[in-house]
Design a protein around this ligand. Structure first.
Ligand code: ATP
Ligand code: MG
Length: 206
């Protein structure tokens, strides 16, 4: 398929579970950069979380579908969860480049925390040739405090890096899992259907 000039946002994540921090970031990126569509991409086995316990891909996929259902510009992709082995962003982006064709503009959306790690990602330089990077502000991670080497690298590729200010949401999946484990409410931190799904399937109870 060749899609002339189409702008696609890719919101990668573990989404265990998906929360309003993810949604506000994706919608902010869509509006600010005029994206035609944002693909939520739940990871298979996340490279940095191989030793942690992560909910099954199907649970994470279902919750992401429930959370994005009402936004006609949001879609959930199964590319990473259907792929064998560890999902590296570079491989995902190469698949999307193939799918959408050479004229599509790809924007990979991350929170500020991911930018601190980005130089360690597989084929980091190649990533920037395939896609733009949108770094969304996230409480607790100041993009002004990047390690010197990372900052230099970002500066060298400043035409491919974009900062996106989103309303500060100090929400993380880690905190949500902790709340559920302790029997605390997660109402208004995740969309209601996601809250119901977590309860119904007894997720994060240990
Ligand atoms: P965990 O605590 O399990 O790491 P998380 O809340 O960080 O979960 P991820 O699935 O790891 O969620 O994140 C997916 C993407 O969304 C990452 O790029 C992350 O930086 C970004 N992100 C997550 N929460 C926020 C938030 N509150 N504000 C801005 N970006 C966020
Ligand atoms: Mg995270």
């Amino acid at each position: 398929m060749s899609s002339k000039g189409v702008k696609i946002g890719i919101m990668g994540g573990t989404f265990d579970p998906v929360h309003y921090g993810h949604l506000v970031t994706a919608e902010g990126a869509r509006c600010e950069f005029g994206l035609d569509q944002v693909l939520f991409m739940p990871s298979g086995i996340p490279p940095h979380k191989t030793k942690k316990r992560v909910s099954s891909p199907e649970h994470r996929y279902m919750m992401t579908v429930l959370a994005t259902l009402t936004n006609p510009h949001f879609e959930v992709s199964r590319i990473d969860i259907d792929r064998e082995g560890i999902s590296y962003t570079i491989d995902t982006l190469l698949i999307l480049r193939e799918q959408y064709g050479p004229t599509a503009e790809l924007y990979f959306i991350t929170g500020a925390d991911a930018i601190f790690e980005i130089m360690n990602w597989k084929d980091a330089d190649k990533l920037l040739k395939i896609a733009h990077f949108i770094a969304a502000t996230r409480p607790g991670f100041s993009l002004e405090e990047l390690p010197v080497k990372t900052q230099q690298w970002v500066d060298e590729h400043q035409d491919r890096f974009h900062v996106l200010k989103v309303p500060a949401m100090a929400i993380s999946s880690t905190d949500i899992r902790e709340r559920v484990r302790n029997g605390h409410s997660i109402r208004y931190l995740v969309p209601e259907p996601v809250d119901h799904y977590i309860l119904r399937h007894g997720l994060y109870q240990d």
